[in-house]
Write a protein that binds this ligand. Sequence first.
Ligand code: NAD
Length: 500
Amino acid sequence: MVEELGNLIAGKRLNSQSGRYLDISNPATGQVIGKLGMSSASELSDAIANAKTAQPAWAAINPQRRARVMMNFVQLLNRDMDKLAKALSREHGKTIPDARGDIIRGLEVAEFCIGAPHLLKGEFSEGAGTDIDIHSLRQPLGVVAGITPFNFPAMIPMWKFCPAIVSGNAFILKPSERAPSVPLMLGELMLEAGLPEGILNVVNGDKEVVDAILDHEDIMAIGFVGSTPIAEYIYARGCTNGKRVQCFGSAKNHMIIMPDADLDQAADALVGAGYGAAGERCMAISVAVAVGDDTADALIEKLAPRVKGLKIGPYTAGNEVDFGPLITKEARQRVLDLVNSGVKQGADLVVDGRDFSLPDYAQGNFIGGCLFDNVNTEMDIYREEIFGPVLNIMRAKDYHEAIAIPMNNQYGNGVSIYTRDGDTARDFTSRINVGMVGVNVPIPVPLAYYTFGGWKKSGFGDLNQHGPHAFLFYTRTKTVTSRWPSGIKEGAEFVIPTMN
Ligand code: NAD
């Protein structure tokens, strides 16, 4: 049965009245499983008006009580883990272990937010002048928003709404229209956890609703995650309208493999980081820079059979599958076009997954793993974010030539080096102009209590970090200077008052 998916506004599931719909398909079968209403600007306005009314009472609740809602939410996420993972895999295509990882990474942010009473504490200076103290407070902004991508439908909404809500804001979540079910389920779990109605609103839709968020005078801050061209648009329009805007964009993540690296370890790491989740990860490694031809040749000898042996299929096949289909037919075609361009522009396609098909899933958006050698920086497969199961090998003559490649790339999300040499690792971590760096670790995603955030065109705007720093993004500081005429003169003996 095709389910109609709408919004969560003022604590209720409401179908959009816009009359515009988008079909939601299971990427493994091509079967239409849902019909998503595309909200209008006026439906968004209703959600914002409601949020604005509900927010002051929520902000007035003390932070430890707000944190208890997050505690309950964490328990409910654990209770519903299997249900959420199944819904996520069915709509997105990623394997069940990947879907659980998506939820767990968000859950860790919710756990971190339980520390809100501590994280929101201000500062205090006694005696900043005669009889004068100064203190600072962190206060919520009011109604704030998050606009999120399709590839982590659980984690990224939680990156945004958990710190914003526990800080006392009301939140408008505009999830990706390609994976809307889990964000709606998360909204319902927050209500079950004790969140008052109207504090977390999920408004589904496309450009119309995004533009309305960017223009609405009552939205104070926007956290965006998605592709860089859209991030740049969101930033420009949001800032023009005087909002606080934080943007995380596309990526092209490199791994440098030094001649002294453990090549078996590096090859295993590249298979997981390059092909896991079909390459639809902002932290996927899509470029391996091998230092020296001997390193490149040995690496490819180890990689090629591993890539050919990858098991591809629907999430229902369980642990038998390494990765699933791409999100849509258009996404699959785009990846195929890029692979074709790589062949045309002279890269060597060592493993060709273009013709991969599964007899029982002819309508699925599957593509096999592809491995290119001899890629250079002029090729489209290097310049574009592929967002598919494709790994490029580049060859550099030495460390300096290798490090220059990620440093000159427009993106700066993640990067990694495989080496056994401490000096090289130290120089690399200090010099590289990328936000998240791995040493003998392929996907250096920091845990919730460190900050997640890319540099350059992968992350820009206000306080360009998620996690702990989202507390700063979704709150503002007030400083209070007070005079307390005590009557006690400078140099006078301090007298401890008696109880009677
Ligand atoms: P996307 O840019 O297509 O969509 C992101 C959001 O923007 C969605 O909610 C979508 O509805 C909205 N949107 C799309 N087109 C729009 C338009 N023309 N006007 C206004 N709003 C619009 O991104 P995606 O394909 O959903 O996600 C994949 C991208 O996200 C990749 O580039 C990936 O690298 C990036 N990503 C980055 C990070 C990070 O932390 N840097 C994390 C995850 C994903």
